[in-house]
Write a protein that binds this ligand. Sequence first.
Ligand SMILES: [Zn+2]
Ligand SMILES: [Zn+2]
Length: 118
Amino acid sequence: MTKISADALVEKIIELDSDDSSDATATNSAQRDSLQTDGPEGASNYDLDADIQRAQGIISENERLKARQKCKICKQAQVGMIFLPCGHILACTQCGPKTRNCTHCGEFIRATANVYLS
Ligand SMILES: [Zn+2]
Ligand SMILES: [Zn+2]
């Protein structure tokens, strides 16, 4: 009696375990299914985020380019002078003539020329 009931118990436990696990799997897969049905919305949201990130990247790139075109001396006016002979363009037409040595490479400025950035 005891042995049989023990076997029965073991069987019951195994059944319960397998039932539980299968139930859990079923629940998990059901949750996964519901997530997958939400998938398209999530995907469109993700695409929007990617677009925003791309736009922000372009904006920051533009800002970097604008900053590169700013006079390195007064940091306000747009660059408008090339230092010769080093060839660096980093000063506006106001600061350029006052500069004796290139602020980037330190080379003595022998001549300057106006540059016009399109
Ligand atoms: Zn300047
Ligand atoms: Zn230079």
